[in-house]
Design a binder for this molecule. Structure first.
Ligand SMILES: C[S@@+](CC[C@H](N)C(=O)[O-])C[C@H]1O[C@@H](n2cnc3c(N)ncnc32)[C@H](O)[C@@H]1O
Length: 218
């Protein structure tokens, strides 16, 4: 099993069969792995790190790395927090956080990439492409509207802070610019969002998480 990230993470447990590679996903993956190598590739929550112009070649390269009949699973957020309570008006920190985050990503990333993953996978030659959009709570999972079986998506996501996480890795230029006013504002909205999640963990809102998978054409 292989894992790829641009940074080394402090993993508590590294299984013996895990081979960790440090690589920028914006660079050709075919220089890192041989074609026809994997039965399953899982690409999740790397949207803030992948350049807008890179997505098509990224997915085409993932197809090449799969064995025939292998599967690709992709999952990405849409960075827009919503609420059923009607409280997320334009002056709300979560609303402002979403607008600012998407605005900073627009520079050279695609904050809406989740919506086009199915088309991109089909164009790259995948078949039996399936897609589903999940509502991911901001804050801890509560009963009721959230299906407990969705816990499989991620423990990380379940604490909700993923939504308020800053970009890591190969960050968009606008995030990385310390004099960018919006990048600085984002930090203060994040602090507010964290506070709101602590104050009202079960009613903080939700965001969309798009999951797609398909198999490499024979
Ligand atoms: C939100 S975390 C997601 C981690 C993991 N994929 C998951 O779903 O739990 C984003 C990860 O993508 C990595 N990353 C961002 N841009 C990258 C890039 N261009 N190449 C490789 N890794 C990148 C970051 O270092 C970070 O570990």
């Amino acid at each position: 099993m292989s894992a790829v990230d641009i940074w080394s993470a402090d993993l508590p447990d590294v299984p013996d069969n895990l081979d960790i590679q440090f690589w920028n996903l914006n660079d050709p993956l075919t220089r890192l792995f041989d074609p026809n190598t994997f039965d399953l590739i899982h690409s999740r929550c790397v949207g803030p790190g992948i350049k807008r112009s890179r997505w098509n070649s990224y997915i085409t390269e993932l197809a090449r790395l799969l064995r025939r009949g292998g599967w690709l699973q992709m999952a990405e957020y849409y960075y827009n927090i919503q609420s059923d309570s009607g409280r997320l008006r334009e002056d709300h920190a979560m609303y402002k956080w979403g607008v600012t985050y998407r605005g900073l990503m627009e520079d050279d990333r695609d904050p809406r990439v989740g919506r086009s993953l199915v088309d991109k996978m089909r164009n790259a030659g995948f078949r039996d492409v399936y897609s589903h959009t999940y509502r991911i709570p901001i804050g801890p999972w509560s009963g009721g509207m959230y299906d407990p079986s969705l816990r499989f998506i991620s423990v990380t996501i379940s604490v909700g802070y993923t939504w308020a996480a800053a970009c890591e890795g190969d960050v968009p230029r606008s995030f990385a610019n310390p004099s960018n006013i919006m990048a600085n504002r984002l930090q203060s909205y994040e602090d507010e969002v964290r506070l709101l999640v602590v104050q009202e963990p079960k009613g903080a809102g939700w965001g969309r998480f798009r999951l797609c998978f398909g198999t490499r054409n024979l």
